[in-house]
Design a protein around this ligand. Structure first.
Ligand SMILES: [Zn+2]
Length: 267
């Protein structure tokens, strides 16, 4: 018997003071990005059942960049399977040299101690790929990726995954050769789900499931199963299960038991 797994959201911004019950009521497993180590530290006492808090150092947040401490980051990342939000931002006022130095040290940590890493690459897509390649880190999930077709192909070759929100064009990713097993859903709440008619709440990725299903010729149910399978595969290959809340751990285990439907024409 297979039970239905809830929607996934690999990148959302959530207020740190929110009650755990409100997060449970979303009916989804949400990966909540933080912008700094300070923010992340404020979540470590929480006991959320279906929310995975990420350790971040946002490239466009000056205070986070100014206070980045590599040793502290390494210490804190022991407590979470998820790093985010990190990366580079070509539109930010922080100088690129500083951003590169910090992102490089985070990637070096992730190369040694693999994590699921949610990466911001606004106006810095090719620079981000250079650093990913140099670091040889795996588990890189490019969030709200807007790279060119050739950059997208390069990202696929480098082993990157992509977290897709409703403001993105899944057909474009499909045409650039992104395999379905490199995709994960996100809302990027509150920025990424501002448009469209769907619910504007973290975890509500039903529209993304639908768009990916259309682009890859599957049903939305099959797509969700795939997303879970991909996440469960990452968690297993990096030995991350123990870092997830217990209910999510059980879902990862259930996802590994479920059968995967091949896209049309590939049966
Ligand atoms: Zn974000």
């Amino acid at each position: 018997m297979s039970r239905t797994l809830p929607p996934l959201d690999l990148h959302a911004h959530i207020e740190l003071g929110i009650a755990p019950r409100q997060l449970e009521q979303l009916g989804a497993v949400v990966f909540a990005a933080t912008r700094s180590a300070d923010e992340f530290e404020r979540t470590t006492h929480r006991a959320d059942r279906v929310t995975v808090w990420g350790l971040g150092c946002h490239p466009a947040v000056a205070s986070a960049q100014a206070e980045f401490d590599d040793e502290r980051f390494a210490e804190l990342m022991r407590n979470t399977p998820f790093l985010g939000e990190v990366g580079l931002d070509g539109a930010a006022r922080i100088d690129m040299e500083t951003q590169v130095r910090i992102f490089r040290s985070i990637l070096a940590r992730a190369a040694r101690t693999p994590r699921i890493v949610s990466v911001h690459s606004k106006r810095a897509t090719s620079r981000v790929l250079d650093l990913v390649e140099e670091s040889q880190a795996s588990g890189i999930v490019l969030h709200w990726w807007l790279g060119s077709e050739s950059e997208t192909r390069r990202a696929v070759r480098l082993g990157c995954l992509f977290s897709v929100n409703r403001s993105m064009d899944c057909v474009r990713l499909c045409h650039a050769g992104v395999p379905l097993d490199r995709l994960l859903p996100e809302t990027d709440h509150p920025a990424g789900n501002r448009r469209g008619s769907g619910l504007k709440q973290p975890g509500w990725t039903l529209d993304v499931e639908g768009a990916v299903a259309d682009a890859y010729a599957l049903t939305p149910e099959d797509v969700r199963t795939r997303f879970w399978h991909t996440l469960a595969g990452l968690a297993r290959s990096f030995y991350l299960d123990d870092l997830f809340p217990r209910p999510v751990r059980a879902m990862l285990e259930a996802a590994r038991q479920q059968a995967i439907v091949p896209p049309e024409g590939q049966a």
